[in-house]
Design a protein around this ligand. Structure first.
Ligand SMILES: Nc1ncnc2c1ncn2[C@@H]1O[C@H](COP(=O)(O)OP(=O)(O)OP(=O)(O)O)[C@@H](O)[C@H]1O
Ligand SMILES: [Mg+2]
Length: 300
């Protein structure tokens, strides 16, 4: 069973002229789970991944696989499978031909290309010219390339972009299975909703800086929970809740109570003999937390 090594970004920094694309990014991505690398367009995701894969030299800091930079890995394709955005494949050649060239150069078994195409569901199209591939098929081919050496670490830039709902479900299952086998899986996306059901952990960057790191559930900000409640005698209801020490504001369709549990507000109303016409818990949604973290102006 392939056991992945951690991916380590340490004080990773990259400036292009006066654009700070990535600033002092320090984070460790553990094996055995799927980690989402999130941030709005231009946040610095692709630049970070390009540095990790040795395609761009950092201004300072390091990006390594268990301490080893990509360029010093003994057999890179067997260790790390990567697919970056805008992967360019020669339009006139077939998928199998593309993969065969890489497999041979890396000394992989002759069966590797077909095995990888099979894994991504492209077997039937193996001999077709890549120029005729749809966006989704190109994504799958990029993934086949990443899987070619049966690597223990997967680094995928926006792998879900361009897939149809069936493709999204398929890649979700594939990535989760890879992580369950002990591999390290890092996928980027500019949309939390796109990867929400695929990732265990999230790393969120904005303007090149780390703004949040944690389990997906850590984005569910439950300390800002609100209760929306209503009664025919709304003024009295608001007064009773206010007297119990809560901060209350009036909505068009009821009363909004800050930092409260619905059950407790229900009990207060019951004890005061006020029949309720509505009672619901409002939690800050994942997407809302994400947008707050990355700054509303950066959102799509
Ligand atoms: N080769 C380059 N030369 C100059 N600036 C660059 C270069 N590559 C990236 N940048 C800038 O660095 C910043 C980060 O870009 P990057 O492509 O890493 O973002 P991203 O998070 O991948 O965005 P997206 O979601 O759009 O893919 C942007 O401001 C971008 O314009
Ligand atoms: Mg990008």
């Amino acid at each position: 069973m392939p056991t992945g090594v951690p991916i380590e970004f340490a004080h990773l920094t990259k400036s292009f002229g006066n654009v700070d694309a990535v600033s002092d990014l320090s984070v460790v991505i553990e094996p055995g789970q799927v980690t989402g690398f999130l941030g709005p367009n231009g946040a610095g995701k692709t630049t970070s991944l390009r540095m990790l894969l040795g395609l761009v030299r950092p201004s300072s800091g390091t990006a390594t696989f268990g301490g080893t930079p990509y360029g010093r890995l003994a057999s890179p394709l067997r260790t790390v499978g990567a697919s970056l955005e805008a992967a360019s494949f020669h339009p006139g050649r077939s998928a199998r031909n593309h993969l065969a060239v890489y497999a041979q150069a890396a000394g992989l078994p002759k069966t590797a290309p077909d095995a990888a195409l099979e894994k991504v569901g492209l077997s039937a199209y193996a001999k077709r010219r890549v120029g005729g591939y749809s966006l989704g098929m190109r994504q799958r081919l990029g993934l086949a390339f990443a899987l070619l050496g049966d690597p223990s670490v997967l680094v995928l830039d926006e792998p879900i972009n361009g897939l149809d709902p069936e493709g999204i479900k398929w890649i979700r299952l594939l990535l989760r299975a890879m992580a369950a086998e002990g591999r390290t899986v890092l996928i980027s996306s500019h949309l939390l909703s796109e990867v929400q059901q695929t990732v265990d952990d999230v790393i969120i960057i904005s303007h090149g800086k780390l703004v949040h790191r944690g389990e997906l559930s850590s984005l569910d900000v439950s300390d800002s929970k609100q209760v929306q409640v209503n009664a025919d005698d709304r003024d009295r209801l608001a007064e009773v809740i206010r007297q119990a020490g809560y901060q209350v504001s009036n909505l068009r369709s009821g009363v909004l109570v800050e930092n409260a549990e619905a059950a407790e507000i229900g009990r207060l109303a019951f004890a005061a003999g006020i029949p309720l016409t509505g009672l619901s818990q409002k939690r800050t949604g994942l997407e809302e937390s994400f947008l707050t973290l990355v700054g509303e102006e950066g959102s799509l």
